[in-house]
Ligand binder design. Structure first.
Ligand code: ADP
Length: 402
């Protein structure tokens, strides 16, 4: 069975075609800068060289058309007919309060997704465009929506509610939803496999640290809290997002800076100009920050330390609410690739039974691995995330009613 996973951002379409028997990638790629004068199409098939082209793609429909034609190319393609694709899995960032689990696309589901436009204006319109494009290009092939928010649906009300007047929850659906759920789900399952126990016997703290970062406290397979909130802005400090701040700063800033009276300007400040780039003045990219720290840049050092400290605080909190943990898992761009960030975060956590083996942590490797000492009560693990595979599995499950 072949499953096509698509991830439609506001100006990009990413895809992976899987063969589900062996859970192997057959082809994958991305169309970027959709709508700009020059768009880019990078793609690869298993065992073949990566191909890169500059293309003219004005909308998601054209991007999906390009991808499907390429997948079916007589000489270099991967499928002969669209009927070889059993189902398409769409990654959807925000399911709001409408969707608590994966669903097959129908007219009703599309209407429900439209209602999420206001709650996640940056992502949902792109997802919606992508669904329409897939329907047009792959007529008759079912699609399933897999939500980043779904894995967090088990968070209890006392953890997902904000202490605002209750009306805002009822009227405006203001509550914690959480994000990166597919990634937290995948790495917690892999962690359980590596520990040789089922997830329902384990307490796991997962740290997805990328451009956007979030942590989850997972008790016996169920998320009981996560650091992102109503939007991905809440939680730890990120590449360009501020994470947790005193909310009273917002009205104060609006009063003090006329240009911030515009909600869009405020959103840009908090989501795009803060975090690593806001503090360092250099970059939102951790690789640049790490290099600048090594070169003695003081603001880069402050940004680095602030980010690590904010992650450490969440780990400590989650250790408390879980009443102990079996494993701490690092994943995503920074979590998988930055030994110095991991070391900084885990420093002086021995009171919680978290003890890192620095040599193992420094070993360059892209594999799933343990980086804790033999005596560490909490196993520290690095697990490359694989959201696409998780979406493909979920799509297959929905299709076959497993
Ligand atoms: P996204 O949230 O966009 O999916 P990723 O998970 O790809 O993000 O993570 C991107 C982040 O990972 C960037 O800050 C990047 O600098 C960081 N990163 C990638 N490789 C390394 C590395 N070797 N050392 C430090 N940071 C890294």
């Amino acid at each position: 069975m072949k499953v096509l996973v698509v991830n439609c951002g506001s100006s990009s379409v990413k895809y992976t075609l899987f063969e589900m028997e062996a859970e192997k990638r057959i082809a994958w790629g991305i169309v970027e800068c959709i709508g700009l004068p020059e768009a880019y199409y990078n793609r690869q098939s298993a065992g073949a060289e990566e191909k890169k082209d500059s293309v003219k793609v004005t909308n998601h429909m054209a991007a999906v058309e390009l991808i499907i034609k390429d997948l079916m190319d007589g000489e270099t393609g991967n499928i002969k007919s669209i009927d070889e694709i059993a189902i398409v899995g769409h990654r959807i960032v925000h399911g709001g309060d409408k969707f608590s689990k994966s669903v097959l696309v129908s007219e009703e589901v599309k209407d429900g997704l439209k209602k999420c436009f206001t709650i996640a204006p940056l992502h949902t319109p792109g997802h919606y465009e992508g669904i329409l494009a897939v329907e047009k290009m792959l007529p008759g092939i079912p699609s399933v929506l897999v939500f980043d928010t779904a894995f967090h649906q088990t968070i209890p009300d006392y953890a997902y509610m904000y202490a605002l007047p209750y009306d805002y929850y009822e009227k405006d659906h203001i509550r914690k939803y959480g994000f990166h759920g597919t990634s937290h789900n995948y790495v917690s399952q892999r962690a359980a496999a590596m520990l040789g126990k089922p997830t329902n016997e384990l307490k796991i703290i997962t740290a997805h640290l990328g451009n956007g970062s979030s942590l989850a406290a997972i008790e016996y397979g169920k998320v009981i809290d996560t650091s992102m909130g109503f939007t991905p802005l809440q939680g730890v400090m990120m590449g360009s997002r501020c994470g947790d701040i005193d909310s009273a700063i917002i009205p104060y800033l609006i009063n003090a800076n006329k240009e911030l009276a515009d909600p869009e300007a405020l959103n840009v400040l908090l989501n795009k100009k803060s975090g690593l780039v806001g503090i360092s003045g250099l970059s939102a990219d951790m690789r640049t920050i790490v290099k600048a720290v090594a070169a003695g840049n003081k603001k880069a050092k402050l940004a680095f330390e602030m980010l690590c400290y904010s992650v450490k605080k969440y780990i400590s909190t989650y250790f408390g609410i879980l009443n102990g943990a079996d494993a701490l898992v690092f994943t995503a761009g920074i979590g998988e690739n930055s030994p110095s960030v991991r070391e900084h975060i885990c420093r002086n956590l021995s009171a919680l039974g978290i003890e890192m083996d620095i040599d193992k942590n420094n070993e360059p490797s892209g594999a799933e691995r343990f980086v804790s000492t033999e005596n560490s009560k909490v196993k520290i693990m690095i697990i490359p995330t694989n959201e696409e595979l998780m979406i493909a599995r979920e799509s297959k499950r929905v299709l076959t009613n497993e």
